[in-house]
Design a protein around this ligand. Structure first.
Ligand SMILES: Cn1cncc1C[C@H](NC(=O)CCN)C(=O)O
Ligand SMILES: [Zn+2]
Ligand SMILES: [Zn+2]
Length: 483
């Protein structure tokens, strides 16, 4: 509030950030210029990723933090290749026992991008158009990581005492599934993390253009493969067509049995453990700033499965969903090849919500697909496996740091935040919650249209700079509440 003793300090911090915003944008430009793609398993990109981690470590050291680069060894790829896993940055600034310790998580790897994908500007040259800073990683997640660093460096530049001890855990393999991160968190539980009071993640978006949000839940994900094999080689459909039970026909029937045309999952029991909807929760959805028509139009979708904002949000956040992703071994090129694939591998995943249980879901999927397959009397082999299991996460919004974040938002943006969830998965949130057993907060700063993972990803200059202010204000609020 404007009458608190911190108001003068915050004024100074905000003024400094406004005056130095071009420097903050310049650093983001330098970081975006590093093609730190963790997805394509190419040695030169892996080198870029290593360079990105080194540049960030150096920046943190320059600001007075002590930094360890934790070696995570190497990654063995299915084709036999090995690539180094980029080290995880464990950094810390301050260890005053009188202050709370806030641990910030972020990642500096990015999704692949080439101009040929349909970018209007070079994805690795941060380009400003109408206050929008376009570039791969601008919002996911280099901009937010830098906003934390901007907050920290502003206190330093003003020779003001940081109100909290800060720890950083910054990884370079998030987009590839946070390879080896859980082990590191377990290993560091009683060392690096022992003094941590609060964990903050800024790796999602608001649901609005202008209204900030706090995120208190993310869905999990169970990823399945279902393989149907006749033999390890393709067939000619002229010489075998008509006398075979085709693996692709089995697979398409299996995949087609998973949901109905209204998106309802047909696997028996799958909705049994979904947390019941209370009246209190129901009311939360109405208050959220989402213009459904605008969202639908900007997504270029003719019609969603649901017509009201409330239903849409509930089906994104608090109900499971099943998506079919692809088929390995299918003929998917242009042209009219007359092949019968001999072996095909379907991929689908189920987004999990509280209080679904991963091993129960796995059994339900196994049993259902066995049943559907048995109905076909097929002589082919079917094998179902769950290749990835990521837990859903939900926060207690009565935690101190949610209150601190609300106050900081009020100070910087003059409004209450949207209290939202995210339908996608940040696996590390639940891992932090379980292993370190401290409160996890998701404090996003990007706008709904930032286009994470998409062409023309951007962060608004306004979000980047006001977000840096938000993080500085958050430090002060956390310190005050912690006393
Ligand atoms: C790798 N993976 C496989 N299943 C789930 C994931 C995580 C992925 N996470 C994000 O996109 C973060 C968005 N801020 C997702 O939810 O698909
Ligand atoms: Zn991210
Ligand atoms: Zn991402």
């Amino acid at each position: 509030s404007p009458f608190s003793p911190q108001a003068g300090l915050l004024e100074k911090v905000f003024r400094y950030m406004d005056l130095h915003q071009d420097e903050f944008v310049q650093t983001l430009k330098e970081w975006v210029a590093i093609e730190s793609d963790s997805i394509q398993p190419v040695p030169h990109l892996r080198q870029e990723l290593l360079r990105m981690m080194a540049v960030a470590a150096e920046e943190l050291r320059r600001l007075g933090a002590s930094v360890d680069l934790e070696d995570l060894g190497s990654q063995q790829l299915p084709d036999g290749q090995t690539l180094p896993i980029p080290p995880v940055i464990l950094g810390e600034l301050g260890n005053d026992p009188g202050k709370p310790t806030v641990c910030v998580y972020g990642h500096l790897d990015v999704q692949p991008a080439t101009q040929a994908d349909g970018w209007l500007t070079d994805p690795y040259t941060l380009t400003e158009v109408d206050g929008k800073l376009y570039g791969r990683g601008a919002t996911d997640n280099k901009g937010p990581v830098l906003a934390w660093i901007n907050a920290m460096s502003t206190f330093r530049a003003l020779e003001e005492d940081l109100p909290v001890n800060i720890k950083f855990i910054i990884e370079g393999m998030e987009e590839a599934g946070s390879v080896a991160l859980e082990e590191l968190v377990r290993k560091e539980k009683d060392r690096f993390f022992s003094s941590v009071d609060y964990i903050v993640i800024s790796d999602n978006l608001w649901v609005s253009q202008r209204r900030p949000a706090l995120i208190y839940g993310t869905r999990g994900n169970c990823y399945f493969t279902v393989e149907v094999t006749c033999r390890d080689q393709d067939f000619h459909s002229g010489t075998f067509g008509g006398i075979l039970q085709e693996p692709m026909a089995d697979l398409v029937a299996l995949l087609g049995s998973l949901t109905d045309s209204a998106g309802h999952i047909l696997i028996p029991g799958i909705y049994d453990h979904v947390a019941p909807l209370t009246e209190e929760e129901k009311e939360l959805y109405g208050a959220i700033d989402l213009d459904l028509e605008e969202y639908r139009n900007s997504s270029r979708v003719k019609k969603f499965l649901f017509d009201t904002k409330e239903e849409i949000l509930m089906h994104l956040w608090r109900y499971p969903s099943l998506s079919i992703h692809g088929i390995e071994g299918a003929f998917d090129e242009p042209g009219t090849k007359t092949v019968i694939p001999g072996r095909v591998l379907g991929k689908f995943s189920i987004r999990l919500v509280p209080h679904m249980n991963m091993s129960v879901v796995e059994k339900q999927v196994q049993q259902y697909l066995q049943y559907i397959f048995s109905q076909r009397n097929s002589s082919n082999q079917m094998a179902v496996s769950m290749v990835l299991g990521l837990h859903p996460w939900i926060a207690d919004i009565k935690d101190h740091q949610y209150l601190a974040a609300k106050r900081a938002i009020k100070t910087v943006f003059g409004t209450e935040p949207d209290m939202i969830r995210d339908g996608s998965t940040i696996p590390i949130a639940k891992i932090f919650q379980d292993i370190i057993q401290k409160s996890v907060l998701m404090l996003p700063l990007g706008a709904v249209d930032d286009g994470e993972h998409s062409q023309n990803e951007k962060i608004n200059r306004w979000n980047y700079i006001e977000g840096s202010k938000l993080f500085a204000a958050f430090f002060l609020e956390v310190a005050q509440l912690h006393e």
